[in-house]
Design a binder for this molecule. Structure first.
Ligand SMILES: [Zn+2]
Length: 382
């Protein structure tokens, strides 16, 4: 059993980050892990984070959704968690995948406010409505993870139950235009990235464009972990958020930044590459090369270059008319307009996330699926 739990935690690890371009909701981890009625299990369980992420994915009709987790320091010594679970949270904190704070409640709302994201919580935040009116009035901005007739679901405090992102606030956009540096040595959130004797040992490479939003609680950009005033580290690189849609279903989002082209294929050698193999049928797997399309930002342009054996096609403006399809092969490149996407094989598409929604008949896969024995203990609807 321990082995399966570890595998689930590994899978969940891929769904927590602080990258403003990728996260889809904000959670207070200390709270989420205690929603015992979601699975009827122990008083505290990290698996409930996975259950909640699954519910978010179902409601957004996307696989692979990521959340921004803010963690009360007490979780690191919470005796209701297993030592393995506590160790995992500590690792996430050290790697800068989550924020560990003494008082996370306000930070949860601040991050959601700066990034314009929904909060997944059962709290009402009544005392915070003055500063954050959307907790009471924002449609789809505050959603409670609850048990439903069809499995765990998200119930909005106001408006319909679709987790609604409205994009960064003016203050958020301003602060996200820059990179920030914390004077605390080894700060996992606002560290220098390259410095430190143990920089080579960091498990997670810190990408500048993926840096968390600073706290503005004091009026100036501040490290939420160390309370130090941050210094300006220069402009934040511009990024494009792309999505992989297979069979009408969005499977994964990823970021292309100027210093990081991304290769999409069956099984790219590039560590940051997007591996499609797991989602492909035999024919698609035979057609699609290990490295198939390379996406790169050149200035303000998103460029797709075919690096495959069999070639790709571009669908201009998202049009599925065969007469408009532009073949792409033999190392050819093409600048992608806002709604263009690349088709690697019929039904296997990559383009800007904003233009690629899941089609009808969404059939989600679960972050918990790594561990069948664990999943079976959850309500059978999962
Ligand atoms: Zn810091």
């Amino acid at each position: 059993m321990r082995f399966e739990i570890s595998k689930v935690l590994d899978a969940i690890e891929g769904r927590v980050c602080v990258d403003p371009s990728l996260v889809r909701a904000v959670v207070d981890l200390a709270e989420i892990i205690r929603y015992a009625d979601l699975d009827g299990g122990r008083p505290a369980s990290m698996l409930r984070l996975g259950i909640t992420i699954d519910a978010l994915g179902r409601q957004l009709e996307e696989d692979g959704v990521q959340v921004y987790a803010v963690v009360h320091r007490g979780v690191l010594s919470d005796g209701d968690l297993t030592s393995n679970e506590r160790m995992v949270v500590r690792r996430w904190a050290d790697d800068g995948l989550v924020e560990v704070l003494n008082n996370p409640t306000e930070r949860v709302l601040e991050v959601a406010d700066l990034l314009g994201l929904p909060v997944l919580s059962r709290q009402r935040f009544d005392g915070m409505r003055g500063r954050y009116p959307w907790v009471a009035e924002g449609p789809g901005r505050l959603l409670a993870p609850i048990s439903g007739p069809n499995g765990p679901t998200l119930k909005a405090r106001f408006g319909n139950d679709y987790p609604t992102a409205i994009g960064p606030s003016p203050a958020g956009a301003k602060v996200l235009a820059r990179l920030w540096r914390c004077p605390e040595p080894g700060c996992a959130l606002f560290g220098s990235g390259g410095g430190g004797a143990f920089a080579d040992l960091a498990r997670v490479e810190r990408k500048p464009a993926a840096q968390a939003p600073p706290s503005l609680r004091t009026g100036t950009p501040t490290c939420p972990r160390h309370d130090h005033r941050l210094t300006d580290g220069g402009p934040r690189p511009r990024v494009e958020v792309l999505a992989v849609r297979i069979g009408g279903q969005v499977r994964q989002r990823f970021v292309v930044s100027p210093d990081q082209p991304v290769i999409v294929g069956r099984a790219p050698e590039q560590p940051e590459g997007i591996r499609l193999g797991q989602w492909l049928n035999d024919e698609a797997r035979r057609w699609i090369s290990r490295n198939h399309v390379r996406f790169e930002l050149r200035g303000n342009e998103l460029v797709a270059q075919d690096v495959s054996t069999n070639g790709s096609g571009v669908r201009p403006g998202g049009s599925m008319a065969e007469t408009e399809r532009v073949p792409l092969g033999n190392q050819q490149s093409r600048v992608l307009a806002s709604k263009d996407f690349v088709e690697l094989y019929p039904g296997v598409q990559v383009g800007r996330a904003a233009g690629l929604a899941s089609g009808g008949g969404f059939n989600p896969s679960s972050v918990m699926a790594e561990a069948p024995t664990m999943a079976m203990r959850l309500p059978k609807q999962i």
